[in-house]
Ligand binder design. Structure first.
Ligand SMILES: Cc1cc2nc3c(=O)[nH]c(=O)nc-3n(C[C@H](O)[C@H](O)[C@H](O)COP(=O)(O)OP(=O)(O)OC[C@H]3O[C@@H](n4cnc5c(N)ncnc54)[C@H](O)[C@@H]3O)c2cc1C
Length: 466
């Protein structure tokens, strides 16, 4: 007998595992070290975008998609370096997951179809009105608080997991006084995110982004790596991360990259563009960090400004007074303090390419679908940021943590930033939504696996029958 069936450490994406397990009749305890987890963890800070390839929401919008198409996009974005087993498991559960969020958790799922995020060949990242993770987490946390079979213990930090006979585990949980409580469980799900808040680990594994602002949950301190190491767990992809090139310097919130997908461009402090922004916001973070001063400006116009107002993050940027306006390129350059000739040349080049033969063309950076920006112009000062790490404990398609020989560690699952994700190495393999897909999706898969009936032991054959 154990105290609970499943102990979930981390009330972010881990809540999906808690709810799914409870739905299947398991008793669950969720512990979180952060008393303000509802507003402080990565899931709550996110834009709430979750890929669901082949979902009913896509079908209703007339979008043809499939797990294989998503896998092809993952392979293209990661240069074929993503863990295929995990990518496939998440590709095949994505649609079920977003539909379950709508039907079981009550999330008002919607599918933005006016643009596709970098690397997605079709609109497939589902979100909810306002496109903010605080609302997503509120739905998950409220549902967990209402669920009979789910208890929440907050603040409480998982510090160790010990093996017990029969493949069960003992979770050692510290309360704020430093006192330890031992809780036995059939399994522990590590959903404690990655190591983005640990500058030492970031310096070791992610030197290219170590100097950038960290904009993620402050309790992402690598606990899963330490706890997993105590049980012989293997790690992988520790150099993988999600960066973002567009944190508003003034508002300290995200300027949505949807602005870029609608035509905005990024210039450095010299007023110059330095790449194809539509390749992806994650890899663009290190590229911006390497520019003089390590900061720049996102330049847009009134049309794009209007298209971005459905994002709560962009509204926050507006409310903070961080969006500058001018009636001409020269006027905007004066407001921003960048060389006017450089900015004018960049905007003229955009207009030339956009107006070229056949309409929107390809610019010198290889960006296609370029559009002209028309006065009145807008700009937001941006700094590069590290949002979360994508490497961690190696898991299988059921989210079971693997040891260095590739065998499952009994009673241990991992999800989200605690586990190695599907973004390959570095920053460039990150596709929008693959953080939450790994957080919610692996948790969901872990719960489903634990709830499966244990196969009955084979009856012992009599001696003579062998
Ligand atoms: C601004 C921003 C926007 C983003 N937008 C998106 C997006 O739209 N789509 C997407 O896919 N990804 C997005 N991401 C990334 C995404 O937020 C993360 O990949 C995802 O939320 C990670 O979920 P998680 O459950 O692993 O971690 P979290 O949501 O951070 O949850 C981990 C929890 O574990 C707790 N914890 C830590 N250690 C312990 C311990 N030892 N014991 C108990 N509790 C512990 C923490 O307090 C925390 O509450 C974004 C990130 C940021 C910062």
């Amino acid at each position: 007998m154990t105290d609970v069936d499943l102990l979930v450490a981390g009330a972010g994406g881990g809540l999906a595992g808690a709810l799914r397990a409870a739905q299947q009749g398991l008793d669950v305890l969720v512990v979180d070290t952060d008393p303000n987890f509802r507003r402080g963890n990565n899931t709550s800070m996110s834009t709430a975008m979750v890929p669901g390839p082949g979902s009913r929401f896509q079908r209703a919008a007339g979008i043809t998609d499939s797990p294989q198409r998503f896998l092809d996009d993952v392979a293209r974005k990661t240069g074929g370096t993503a863990d295929v087993r995990i990518a496939s498991a998440l590709a095949h559960v994505g649609a079920e997951l977003v539909e379950w969020l709508a039907d079981h958790v009550g999330v008002p799922v919607e599918l933005p179809t006016d643009f596709a995020y970098p690397g997605h060949s079709v609109p497939r990242v589902h979100s909810l009105p306002g496109r903010h993770g605080a609302a997503l987490l509120r739905h998950l946390a409220d549902a967990a608080e209402d669920a009979d079979r789910v208890d929440l213990l907050v603040p409480a930090r998982l510090v160790e997991v010990r093996p017990r006979p029969g493949g069960t585990v003992c979770a050692v949980v510290a309360n704020p006084d430093g006192q330890h409580e031992e809780i036995t469980a059939r399994a522990v799900l590590l959903a404690t995110n990655g190591y983005g808040a640990d500058p030492g680990l970031v310096g070791t594994h992610l030197p290219e982004i170590a100097g950038a602002t960290y904009h993620g949950g402050e309790h992402s301190r690598g606990d899963a790596l330490r706890i997993g190491a105590g049980l012989g767990a293997a790690t992988g992809y520790l150099d993988a991360y999600q960066g973002h090139a567009a944190l508003s310097a003034a508002a300290r919130t995200l300027v949505t990259w949807a602005a870029v997908m609608h035509g905005a461009v990024v210039v450095d402090t010299g007023g110059r563009r330095f790449g194809d922004e539509t390749r992806g916001y994650s890899e663009f973070a290190a590229e911006l960090a390497a520019r003089p001063g390590g900061r720049g400006w996102m330049v847009l116009d009134e049309r794009i400004d209007g298209l971005c107002r459905s994002f709560r993050d962009y509204q926050d940027v507006l409310d903070a007074g961080a969006v500058r306006t001018a009636d001409s390129a020269a006027g905007l350059a004066r407001v921003l303090g960048v060389p006017a000739a450089a900015l004018e040349a960049e905007l003229d080049a955009l207009a030339r390419v956009a107006g070229g033969a056949g309409g929107a063309g390809v610019d010198v950076h290889g960006r296609s679908g370029v559009v002209a920006l028309r006065a009145p112009l807008r700009a937001v000062e941006i700094v590069p940021a590290l949002f979360h790490t994508q490497g961690g404990l190696l898991v299988d398609e059921h989210a079971r943590v693997l040891d260095t020989a590739g065998a499952p560690v009994p009673g241990l699952y991992a999800a989200g930033g605690a586990a190695a994700g599907i973004s390959g190495h570095g920053a460039a393999g990150y596709l929008a939504g693959n953080g939450l897909l790994a957080a919610l999706g692996l948790s969901y898969l872990a719960a489903g696996h634990l709830a499966r009936p244990v196969p009955a032991a084979r009856p012992h054959a009599p001696e003579g029958a062998r």
